[in-house]
Design a protein. Sequence first.
Length: 381
Amino acid sequence: MSSRLRIAILGSTGSIGRQALDVASRFPELIEVVALAAGRNAAALGQQASHFNVKHVAIAEPALEAGLASALPDAEVTSGAGAVVELATLPEVDLVLNALVGAAGLRASVATLKTRKRLALANKESLVVGGELVMALATYPNAIIPVDSEHSAIFQCLLGEPAESVSRIWLTASGGPFRGRDRASLASVTVAEALAHPRWTMGPKITIDSSTLMNKGLEAIEARHLFGVGYDTIKIVVHPQSCIHSMVEFADGSVKAHLGATDMRIPIQYALSHPDRWGAPVPPVDFATLGTLDFEEPDYDAFPALTLALEAGRIAGTMPTAMNAANEVAVAAFLSGETGFMDIPRTVEAVMGAHDLQALESIEQVEAVDEWARAKARETL
Ligand SMILES: NC(=O)c1ccc[n+]([C@@H]2O[C@H](COP(=O)([O-])OP(=O)(O)OC[C@H]3O[C@@H](n4cnc5c(N)ncnc54)[C@H](OP(=O)(O)O)[C@@H]3O)[C@@H](O)[C@H]2O)c1
């Protein structure tokens, strides 16, 4: 039996997936990549699979299966949404990195937890749309290790601390490319401007979510589920340098902050190495030359998507599912040049207003609400 950590990476061709493979290539004695899945980029997936000699490969787009299979004669190649999820359940996988984008990641998170593997969770939308369902399955130690840098930071600040001693979670936000802009001036921003994030290089969907501050709203919902705290305990603060990745304040007034370089390979690696720590991929922060750290309130008027996401989180039930689906459709429409930047919060607000709220019960219900909200969002756009 292999003594290495055997991992499956779902979403291996994306920003998180590629950085995870970089971590794997730096620690071949500790990590064995046994399964990879992606959506449509068969060329990149094929290269990754042959480079890491991966035995199980799944591609969401069925039409790409045959070509991929002939390029990878030694691998078992499957296709379709179900095949991607199946990789999470393979007996030879110890840890699943869910780096899929959007609500499509929910089934993979659930399948991972049902087979009692460790879930390294980048796909925050799993918790946004089905937080109660996912957390109900996370009943064993270290079931979920967050990959999102803020949640990895909070997770690390909480190590060794009793849950009842937490008085506040400070969720830091860079503020995105439009920090300081007023609402009126945001109506005319371009896709290129919205994609120019000042601190992080990420996939297109999360980059747009960062520019609307929707991402911070999604992260507040993610934090509420991961750490079992109420929304009144979560305080969002803009910190443009992104050096502090988040903070936890305790009953006695002590605050623990997690600081480090802005490189996603650090939290990805930690989700694999926990509770151990492996060598850093980048030089550490030099505090002697770092300079000033700034903090400010988010501008809730200029960035209504943040308010809408927090409202959906507080309403709970199926409202976050409807909110998230509307956002995914509106972001895709903005990225393809069909709509303006402020149409994103307008669409989310319209879909939330039309949604017939239900208590959250099942994945099938989440998927039905997701489908309804997508149709409603397209109609609104
Ligand atoms: N990027 C970051 O720095 C960062 C930081 C924190 C959290 N996150 C979270 O991590 C997740 C991934 O973000 P990302 O930036 O890495 O996204 P990304 O670059 O767009 O990559 C998404 C990955 O998912 C695959 N994919 C998309 N739809 C799929 C489907 N239906 N079935 C199977 N595979 C599918 C894509 O495959 P193809 O490209 O082959 O189609 C790609 O491999 C998101 O939830 C995001 O919020 C990202």
